[in-house]
Design a protein around this ligand. Structure first.
Ligand code: FE2
Length: 269
């Protein structure tokens, strides 16, 4: 047994709200900053969904590893939102999205070395103290590497978990994509992770570029290799809440629910 969730997209929010009591789903995930101060019919539909589904919040704007000062106005709004909506989880990305010009609307990679580790851990601890809960950070997909990196992605991630006390949102598609693109074993990476720190899983579809790269596109069903990695994770760590991300070329809601049911059957067997 585990719990299963979908990203709650605006594209099907009205349908989801109307059918919410019948949909076999345990939780929904939203980007909280997209809902700050929101009112009107969409906010009412969200409330209808949350009457019988657990809320996970998955942010995009924290820039936890970035060079800019933490945005305390944003964090204050976030803390109120998480409390007001009784969010069961708040996760973010181990990356950055802000430079001196402002928000970049992308999740950018960071170098893996001692200086960025110290910087990131200190910021995680500040945010955790402010929110009064552990941050849950996701391993993100990245397509280049920094020559100044002195640690592997795995060494960096383990050090962040160990030194900050944060938890891990393990995105198995990102893990597979990164393993392929950066020539490491996703299975070995998985096996090295501390089970007790893994809070939940993401899965999504990816695209194979003709040049051989895998791109984390979230525009299709989950690839067989990522389904296999999810099964491995379930067997190794035990059931965790598992969320399907499908953010581009979004199919009808029933197709998403069928995809999720297929993932559920794969993990139960
Ligand atoms: Fe993800």
């Amino acid at each position: 047994m585990g719990s299963w969730g979908l990203g709650l997209r605006r594209e099907f929010l009205a349908e989801f709200a109307a059918r919410s009591t019948d949909i076999q789903l345990d939780f929904v995930e939203i980007a909280p900053e997209n809902w700050f101060g929101f009112a009107g019919p969409a906010a009412q539909e969200l409330e209808r969904v949350l009457a019988n589904k657990t809320l996970f919040c998955h942010g995009l704007s924290l820039s936890i590893a970035g060079p800019q000062p933490l945005n305390w106005d944003f964090l204050g709004q976030l803390r109120r939102f998480l409390c007001d909506h009784n969010a069961a989880a708040y996760s973010e990305h181990l990356s950055y999205c802000q430079d001196p010009q402002g928000y970049l609307h992308d999740l950018l990679p960071i170098p893996f070395h001692e200086e960025s580790l110290r910087w990131t851990v200190a910021r995680i601890q500040q945010v955790q103290d402010f929110l009064g809960q552990p941050l849950i950070l996701e391993n993100t997909a990245y397509y280049g590497s920094f020559p100044e990196s002195s640690m592997s992605e795995l060494e960096f991630l383990l050090a962040v978990l160990d030194e900050s006390g944060c938890e891990l949102l393990l995105d198995l598609n990102n893990l597979f994509v990164n393993g392929h693109n950066h020539d490491y074993s996703s299975e070995a990476f998985l096996a090295a992770l501390p089970a007790e720190r893994i809070r939940y899983f993401h899965v999504a579809g990816h695209f194979q570029h003709p040049a051989g790269w895998l791109i984390d596109t979230h525009d299709s069903g989950v690839a067989p290799a990522v389904r296999a990695l999810l099964r491995q994770a379930w067997h190794r760590f035990g059931p965790r809440p598992t969320l399907l991300e499908w953010d581009n070329d979004i199919p009808p809601l029933d197709t998403l629910l069928e995809e999720l049911e297929g993932l559920r059957r794969g993990c139960d067997n």
